[in-house]
Design a protein around this ligand. Structure first.
Ligand code: GDP
Length: 315
């Protein structure tokens, strides 16, 4: 079916949910229209603040996301949410939230919620997520929240996508130690100790602060000391503090040129992902010199692996 890309992008720009959903579907399907879409989107992007939110299952990511949506909506912002689930083989498809805790916002025309999953295609999310981000950005979202499970387990590197990375923890489970092990000290711009209504929350916050002050000693150059914010996402307690921390980090990013640095790094990652995918597609569609064909020749001793690689890469 022919697609009028220009019209679709125009409708998305006007904030029409169906057009936004359709464009994200094109991204997920790796549609041949993607190039045209990307070209039309490019001049419309660069405005949105991108926030990444990560943490172990059950710490309260969806609940916190919902509370943050409310807080940003109170400021009149248009919001996009990408809920990334690397463990689920199905895509959410529909734009409006299938996530129960975000249902509060399901009828708000200024909130776009989309879940994304791998569709069993390795590398698919890494490619699709930044493009989905562009769609939401072009659709006039002031803030885009990317929510993903876990740290270091995800195919999607939230840190490279977000301007600000929030790491959520909950008291108990020796979280502080787990945090250090998982390397989250390096990635978090803001720590959120959620479920602060539970026992041990203060201890978790204290442990984190100690670890932060120990780990940051050697850092030179512009430094940001990640704050530890305590919240009860289910009642929105502490969300004001979290909003203040987000604003402070945004100010810090802009004053120190860090926003530009991070966004350049994001674009570099996007280009690399697209280039690698293009290259990889040649492995299976490259005339006689497909990877399998070359591999057979290497096994037979007719070709050395270096020459084979050169052939694979030759235009
Ligand atoms: P996710 O898996 O990280 O997205 O976590 P959810 O947002 O789905 O929350 C997991 C459970 O914790 C749900 O039953 C929430 O209602 C509950 N929850 C979320 N935040 C809080 C909180 O601050 N305090 C308490 N006591 N429960 C919370």
């Amino acid at each position: 079916m022919p697609i009028d890309v220009t019209a679709l992008v125009e409708q998305a720009r006007a904030g029409r949910a169906r057009a936004v959903a359709r464009l994200i579907s094109l991204v997920e399907e790796e549609s041949p229209h993607l190039r045209a879409v990307a070209e039309e989107l490019a001049p419309l992007t660069g405005r949105a603040r991108v926030l990444g939110l990560t943490g172990a299952p059950g710490v309260g990511k969806s609940t916190a996301t919902s509370a943050l949506i409310s807080a940003f909506r109170a400021r009149g912002a248009r919001i996009g949410v990408l809920a990334i689930d690397p463990t689920s083989p199905f895509s959410g498809g529909a734009l409006l939230g299938d996530r129960i805790r975000m249902h509060d916002h399901a009828t708000d025309p200024e909130v776009f919620i989309r879940s994304m999953a791998t569709r069993g295609h390795l590398g698919g999310l890494a490619l699709a997520t930044p493009q989905a981000l562009r769609v939401l950005d072009a659709a006039g979202c002031d803030v885009i929240l990317i929510e993903t499970v876990g740290v270091g387990q995800s195919e999607v590197d939230i840190v490279s996508l977000a301007d600000t990375t929030l790491v959520l923890l909950a008291p108990g489970m020796g979280d502080g130690i787990q945090a250090a092990k998982a390397g989250i000290l390096e990635i978090a711009d803001i720590f959120v100790v959620n479920k602060s209504d539970r026992d041990g929350a203060e201890q978790t916050a204290r442990d984190l602060k100690n670890m932060i002050s120990l780990s940051r000693k050697e850092i030179t150059g512009p430094r940001w000391r990640p704050p530890v914010v305590s919240t009860v996402a289910s009642t929105a307690a502490g969300i004001d503090d979290l909003m203040s921390a987000l604003d402070a980090h945004h100010d810090w990013l802009t004053t120190h040129g860090e926003l530009e640095t991070r966004r350049t790094r994001r674009a570099a990652g996007e280009i690399e992902a697209i280039a690698l995918a293009t290259l990889r597609s040649r492995f299976t569609h490259h005339g006689a010199d497909t990877l399998t064909h070359l591999a057979k020749q290497v096994v037979a001793g007719h070709l050395d692996p270096y020459t084979a690689a050169d052939r694979l890469l030759s235009p």
